[in-house]
Design a binder for this molecule. Structure first.
Ligand code: ADP
Length: 660
């Protein structure tokens, strides 16, 4: 192939511009990205070589080299990993393959801080090189290809890049950054080593740098810029040494790892700029041996609700990287967890299919799930500071414990706001842990606006004589809170949980009761407040049902296409009517949601319940507009719960006719 000039995919061009501007204040991360790519390339080679050892050619020792040339103003990161063919260089460096990138670009706000966080979530990797370089040259040859089949990729980071075929004796990739004038300080061994130590210490491959020594090493002045040495400066010695410690952080003892190191490892692993909310790190021994280091991120990714999305746990076997996103290691509802599992038992050539069937993996999955739930329980426990008790018990906390308690305040709420809806999927997915999950749920309620009410809190506050945990599902917090179905509960001072996540209704199918109390939707079935209702109320309701019989029959006839039944209710106080479904029926919201999502949903024909005390209901019987009023009553009940009349124009016409 002779030299070709190609254009970047439009999104890449846009991203490049943004990356160089947004990440400007955190320039040094480019090195982490390049070393991580180099290390991934070596991991890939090692993995492919399990079945084809010829790929190692004559060079089986995988490594990364970082070199610089002050005079030429270049910095080069070289690896002897898998390398790229010409087509791969075009595909991988000229387009962004990751799904959702367009979506990402459309979310950019122009606000530097917000945008750089977004970038952090997406991990722009390679393109971060243009923060410090005005030109990048990549020389690469894929392992196993001929030495005449190397590729050189060059770009100035504007709209296009060039590719040409070159001869390349060594397999792997060498990336040369032509440093901008304001980034020349990266051509310094000291600087590079400190960045490698900060971001890439855990990389298990050696990251080699050429040893330097002082030319005529005499100390003249400790405050000199060159660290107190005379101007002869440093010279390279031709010897190489590793700039990283190279011990995988998860393989080290917990006590030797600082919180900062955990955070740094997480950032590297997840491409997140924010520290994680929490982590758990354990070596598990017994019939299945493995180490787990798992993190809960502080923020949800864009594609959290995509259940097809890959999981965030990397699998290693005895510190050899096996695969990214090993979905078999955690259930789908914990797909937000990032981390590493290192197994001592699995074979190196394990495939995704094998993972699904392995008994060891099953044990690991159970173990990881337990640990994550344990971590969440811990966060939940410390979400609020313990209330100062009258006897001063909490004051006995040591200063250290107090500081720790304070550091954890609000973390669970933060977690829940980001990931709570996903956690609920677990009720249906993970039967074994259903009870633990139920305790982790939080809701808003008719008496508490924030999403902080646990089922246990609710239960502790139940009124005397109250047997069920009442809840309502709706499309929004506003619709839930003002729903007519809540009226009688408000009047009687009974708390109702407000459920507004899409997944709620589905998830609640799997949670019939909590700690002995049945979960009861206030929009399903007839209201049965049991002993919360007094005798006179019961009697009045029975009488109303009797007196209204003829009216109900007429209403039923008028609405026979819309409602399965019409009955008098005690659940309304201010509203004239509301819709409910049968006890075992699908709610109207869920049916609506399914239809919006293009899925099959039964046509839910609800029950219309009317308030016998309401003036409109009282008046309608003799009205000449009876038929219109009946339809308006029904459509308004639908509107009140966030629905839409089947024929909105007809509704408007009817109302207007009456208004006139
Ligand atoms: P990411 O690493 O997150 O996929 P990057 O932008 O950093 O994104 O890199 C894009 C792709 O380019 C990589 O996925 C990989 O296929 C390829 N690539 C980058 N650096 C190397 C390298 N040193 N060796 C082989 N392939 C590489």
């Amino acid at each position: 192939m002779t030299k070709q000039t190609l254009s970047f995919q439009a999104e890449v061009a846009q991203l490049l511009n943004l990356v160089t501007h947004s990440l400007y204040s955190n320039k040094e991360i480019f090195l982490r990205e390049f070393i991580s790519n180099a290390s991934d390339a070596c991991d890939k080679l090692r993995f492919e070589a399990i079945n084809d050892s010829g790929l190692y050619e004559t060079d089986p020792e995988l490594k990364v080299k970082v070199t610089f040339d002050k005079d030429a103003k270049t910095l080069t990161i070289t690896d002897n990993g898998i390398g790229m063919s010409a087509q791969e260089a075009i595909d991988h460096l000229g387009t962004i393959a990751k799904s959702g990138t367009k979506d990402f670009v459309s979310k950019l706000s122009g606000d530097q801080k917000a945008d750089s966080q977004l970038i952090g979530q997406f991990g722009v990797g390679f393109y971060s090189g243009f923060i410090v370089a005005d030109k990048i040259t990549v020389d690469s040859r894929r392992a196993g290809m001929k030495t005449t089949e190397g590729v050189r990729w060059t770009s100035g980071g504007a709209g296009d890049f060039e590719v040409e075929t070159i001869d390349l004796a060594e397999r792997g990739t060498s990336v040369t950054l032509h440093l901008r004038d304001d980034a020349l300080d990266y051509a310094s061994a000291w600087k590079l080593k400190s960045i490698i130590g900060k971001y890439s210490d855990h990389i298990s491959l050696p990251i080699l740098m050429e040893k330097e020594e002082w030319k005529d090493g005499e100390l003249i002045n400790a405050s000199d810029e060159a660290g107190g040495r005379q101007p002869g400066g440093m010279v390279k010695t031709g010897e190489w040494e590793a700039a990283n410690k190279g011990n995988a952080i998860w393989a080290r003892a917990k006590k030797d790892i600082t919180p900062e190191q955990y955070d740094e490892f997480y950032k590297q692993l997840s491409h997140d700029f924010q520290p994680p909310l929490a982590h758990t790190h354990n070596r598990v021994e017994g019939s299945t041996e493995y180490t787990q280091l798992l993190f809960i991120p502080g923020k949800a990714p864009q594609d959290l609700y995509n259940r097809e999305k890959s999981a965030g746990v990397k699998l290693y076997v005895k510190r050899v990287f096996i695969m990214d996103d090993a979905e078999a290691l955690l259930p789908t509802y914990l797909r937000f967890v990032k981390g590493v599992v290192d197994s001592a038992d699995l074979p190196l050539n394990v495939s995704r299919e094998l993972l699904q069937e392995s008994r060891d993996v099953k044990a690991i999955r159970e173990g990881c799930t337990k640990r994550v739930l344990g971590m969440l329980e811990d966060l939940a426990k410390h979400d609020k500071l313990p209330e100062a008790s009258a006897d001063g018990v909490t004051d006995v906390l040591s200063a250290e414990d107090k500081a720790e308690a304070e550091a954890n305040v609000g973390k669970y709420s933060k977690f829940y706001a980001e990931f709570g809806a996903v956690l609920k999927e677990g009720l249906g997915e993970d039967y074994a842990n259903k009870d633990r999950l139920a305790k982790l749920l939080r809701f808003a309620s008719s008496t508490t606006d924030t999403v902080t009410v646990s089922l246990a809190d609710y239960k502790a506050r139940m009124k005397e004589g109250q047997e069920a945990i009442y809840y309502i599902t709706a499309d929004s917090a506003m619709a839930a809170k003002n729903s007519p179905q809540l009226e009688v509960f408000k009047k009687k001072g009974i708390e109702v949980l407000l459920m507004t996540d899409r997944v709620d209704e589905w998830a609640l199918n799997y949670l019939q009761d909590f700690d002995g109390a049945p979960m009861q939707s206030v929009a399903k079935g007839a209201v049965d407040l049991g002993s919360l209702q007094d005798e006179t109320e019961k009697k009045a309701a029975e009488e109303a049902a009797e007196t209204f019989k003829p009216l109900l029959a007429k209403l039923k006839e008028a609405l026979k296409d819309k409602a399965t039944d019409v009955r008098v209710t005690t659940r309304l106080v201010d509203s004239a009517a509301c819709l409910v479904v049968q006890d075992d029926g699908m709610s109207t919201q869920l049916a609506r949601m399914l239809k919006q999502a293009g899925q099959a949903a039964p046509d839910v024909k609800p029950v219309l319940e009317v308030n016998a005390e309401h003036p409109l209901v009282k008046k309608m019987d003799g009205s000449v507009h009876f038929n219109d009023l009946a339809h308006i009553l029904f459509d308004q009940a639908l509107l009140a719960e966030g629905g839409m009349p089947a024929d909105p124009a007809a509704y408007v016409k009817r109302v207007n006719a009456l208004l006139v």
